[in-house]
Each structure stands twice: as C-alpha cells, then as structure tokens.
Design a protein around this ligand. Sequence first.
Ligand code: ARG
Length: 595
Amino acid sequence: MIREELQQIIFNAIGKEFKLSKEEIFLEHPENSDHGDYSTNVALILAKQLGKPPREVAEEIRSHILNTKYKILDTSIEKVEVAGPGFINFFFKKEFFLGELRQMVEQKEKYGSGKSKEKIIIEYSSPNIAKSFGIGHLRSTIIGQAIYNLYTFLGYKCIGINYPGDWGTPHGKILYQLYGKKLKGKTAKEQKKILNGLTIENLEKLYVDFHTELALNPAMEEGARAWFKKLEQNNAEARAIWEATRKISLREFERIYDLLNVKIDYTIGESFFSAKGEISPSRGGEDKMGQIVKEFKEKKLARESEGALIVPFPNDELPPAMLLKTDGVTTYFTRDLANMKYRMKRWKPSTIVIETGVEQTLHFKQVFLAARLAEIVDNEKLVHIAHGLYRSKEGKFSTRKGQTIHLEEVLSEAIERARTIIEESETTRGLSDKEKTEVARSVGIGGVKYNDLSQHPAGDIVFDWEKILNLKGNSGPYLQYTYARCKSIARKAGNSKFQIPNSKLQFSKEELDILRLAYRFPEVVKEAAEKFSPNVVATFVFEVAQAYNNFYNTHRVLQAEDKATKQSRLLLTAATAQIIKNSLSLLGIVAPERM
Ligand code: ARG
C-alpha cells in the first residue's frame, strides 16, 4: 500500500542512525490539500538528533528521494515539497488516484484485503447463562465480531470463541432456588417436565429473588454454596438441573445471534474447564482446573492464605488473585487460566484477544500476568479490549415499555422504527412486503451496530433513537442510504461497464475530494485492526459518504456535461459504493441495494 511505500523511501533516505523504525515514520494526511496528500515531520525530529536546521535536513531527504530510481516517482508522485519549519509533503498524481479507482471496481470486496497467515483467537459475546442477554454483551458481540471481520479481511486465520458464563457460584444460587421452589419432592419425570417449561425470565427471576430473600434468610448463602460444590463434584442431580438451565439459555442466545447476523466459530464456556468438561465427551473427563491448581502449586506460584489458595504477584504489582476459595471450589480466575492453557495448546495462536466490559480490566491483568509467570503463554500477544457502558440521553437506559433493558426488545424496536422510515422512502416503492421486512431488519440492526462501532470501544455509548436512525447524520442508515443511492444511479445507467477515464480529464474539487479519500481504505483497515478500534473504519466511511453526497449535490451524474464526464462520474459512484459496502461489511452491517 502506498503509505508503506512512502515510509520505505523516507526510511531509505534517512539511514539507519535514525532511531525510528520504518513503521514508526509518521505520515499524516494534511487537512488542507495545498499541503499534499501525505506530510511527514521526520526531518524535524532528525534535525534535533543531528543538531542541524530542520529545513536543511528536509531538503536532504527530499533530494535523496528524488535522486533515487523509485518506481512510484514515475507512477504516483507528482511532487515532493519542503514546507514550513521542515515538513516534507508528498503530492500524488491523478494517475495514482485513477489506478486506485480501477482497483476498487475490479477487486471489489477484496480491495484492501491482506495476506497475513497469522493465527489469532478472538473471544467475544460470552453472555451468562440463566440471565437474559444484556446490553453489555451486545457491545462485546458487536465489537468482537467487527475485530474478527477486520482480521479475517487482513488474511489472519481467526478463531472466534464464545465463552458463556455457565459455571461458578451464581449457578449454585440458581440450583438452590430451582430445587427448593420447583423441583423438591417431585419425581424425576415431573422434574424434567418442569425444567423443560422454563424460560430465561423464570431463571433470572429466581436469581433476583434469591438476593431479596437472602436478607431474611442468610442461611441461603450456605445452601447455594453447597449446590455449587455438588455441581463441581459432578453430582448427577445438580448436573441435570444445571444442564437444563444451560440449554434454555443457549437456545435463546442463538436466536439473538441470528437476529444480529453474528456467527461465532466455537462455543466453549466456563463449564468446559470444570472437573468433567463433558461438552465435548471426546475431550471430557480431564480435570483442567485441577491441573492448573497443581501446576501453580508445583511452580510455587500459589500459596495458602486464610484457607484459600491465592496467586500473589511479584512486587505486589497486582493484588493477589484466588485459585481456590476456602471451601475448595474454583473461581473465575482459575477457569480463565485453564482456558488460556487450553487455547494455547489447541490452536497455538500468536495473539489472543478478549472483549468484555471495562470492569474486568483488573481480572485480565491478573490472568495475563499469571499465565506468563506460569509460562502458559510466552511471547504471544494478549489483548483485553474493554468496552464502556450504554447510557441513554435521559440517563437511565430503558425501552419503550419503560422497563430495564431487554435486548430483544431493543432490537425489535429498532427494526420497527426502521420499517417506518422505509415505508416513507421513494426508492423502496417497488419492493415487496417481504423485501421491505428484510431491509428494515438490515437498517434497524445496522443502526444499532453502527451507533456502537462509530465510537471508540472504551467510551460509554449514548443510546438515542433519533441519532441511531437519523438519515442525515453520522448513522448506519445514512451510510446505507448513500450506498443505495449509488446503486440506484448505477441501475439507471444500465449498470454499464466503466472505462477508466483518461488522465487528461479535468476533475472538480468535489470529485477530487472523493478520490483523495477513497484510496485510504486499505490503511484505514490496517490501523483499525492494529488499534482494535472498528471506529476508525466508521469515521472513514462516514467521510467518504459525506464527500460523495457533497459531490452529488453539486454535480450531475446521469446528465453530465459530456459522455466522458458521465463515464468518469459513474465510475466514481461505483467505487464509492464499493468502499461503503466493504467498510460496512467489516462492521457487520448489511448494505441493502435499495432503501
Ligand atoms: N461471562 C463473562 C461476563 O459476562 C464474560 C466472560 C469474559 N471472558 C473471559 N475469558 N473471562 O462477565
């Protein structure tokens, strides 16, 4: 990609003494096009190191570049200028932009893709069973899927894992409640029937009630503990009840994934690492957490503390983490270590990424450090992407019915609202009811996803319907609409094959604005992946759409002045559509042909 080529020739010009690596050579796109397409400040930095005037250094770099036989000097670079206190600005030839344009319409959905062969694990979604799918898990699902898409696009072998919370003390509470309130004294057959009839709401209510009732009856705590212990010891009754709650939950999660168009490669939850990880019987029967406990003891990384087994960290860098509680049951931390070990052994990835809420930051610091201390991982990169909260404009986030958030309700509302917009739109007039339903789904869900992904994961997100579905603002529907507009123009032109315009053709400022943006797609994707920030793609595609709409409002495409201009504008329209579609697809958003 052109950015990397520029970094290379600058790097060659400044020589090895310079302390920056090639990748660190800073190149920016100047706000003002009078300053070129890329600008670098390396001469200013280098001048400081050398004790020379920056402009002089900049001139030297410039001459070195111009006096070397680089192919891109012929094909792509119009001129190189030294400006201001010592910036070096690069200006591209029109041929370069046209060449990129050609690639966009020829390579289509492959434009900007990469060939990395590395293996990366991306864990996302990971809701908790016996609880409804929360809005926080929606964030993890959307962001994680986008990261997965970005890396897949760059050629990585991605392993997407859903790690549902299906083990641990909360499940003891649910078992306690289910047994005490619904199953006690019933025959096995009756019990089975009762369990089959349960919904997630029932389970959630039992869990909530547990905490209300606990205030009056503190002994319940002990009861719940005992049930979890039974579960860990593989007691058949505990196991059967737990199994049922898990099934009910996973079925419901599946529905949500379908609605969201999310596909995850593996579902391997916390229970897999329990004494009998029987989810996959072929691998079952080994006590993965027991092995972790043993390993940490043997390596002298764990010690007893007030009856529990803890892992202290060197120099108290982090607070100690607990491997076994006083009653000998395992913890979330224990399971995550077993999890790390399993993933390393099974897939040997070069990177493991885990997407969760920001409140788990300390937990993952502890897990990652402990895994390194125990040499479960070596040089592999471990990344925790932490997302912020959802908020509403009014402060508290609630749905139309005014209750606490129920994800499915939010998504249905989004689709319903999108449907209204679509009914009012002209371009959908020819669509059947079924097609409109499909478009409403893409627009509603797309709006919710884009609202999330257009902001940095770490920040909090405001949930505001006006903004989410605003056809005129920075929203999913705005981008989808721009895409549909481009497609409609192409249809009207008969979807003809385009010729790459002659480089003598004059471009208007508005056309150049699109050209000067669109070619950045490959570097944008790379940056978004490297920073684990899908919002980089969102910001970019919004700019492209704005540039196109600005052009469209100033110039005619189908009724252009002459044939050559029309051809070139149709090409520009097709390329814009492709860039929007590719960007949205990375964000997991469908781009309907009409809306
Ligand atoms: N189920 C957990 C929760 O909802 C998230 C799991 C995160 N991943 C992990 N490897 N611990 O809080």
